[in-house]
Design a protein around this ligand. Sequence first.
Ligand code: SF4
Ligand code: SF4
Length: 75
Amino acid sequence: MRLSKKVAAISNECVACGACEKVCPLGAISIFRGLYALVDRNKCIGCGKCQKVCPASVISIIDREEQNEKKEILV
Ligand code: SF4
Ligand code: SF4
């Protein structure tokens, strides 16, 4: 399977509201232990729907290669 060029990245300021998890059409987001959102990068296609609904504006849609270099915000 070919991975998308773009992928969602979520900063550690996530407030675990769950809005992104609900809206993701691919089920690529889960809320880890009620603490913060995790993105499954193998499922995410970088569509940006999660970014639009995040009340805390902590989701970015970035190049997958850039994400690979930012392991600290990786999920
Ligand atoms: S960018 Fe799209 S596919 Fe990726 S986590 Fe957000 S809603 Fe899901
Ligand atoms: S919508 Fe934003 S604040 Fe809410 S869980 Fe997702 S990333 Fe965190």
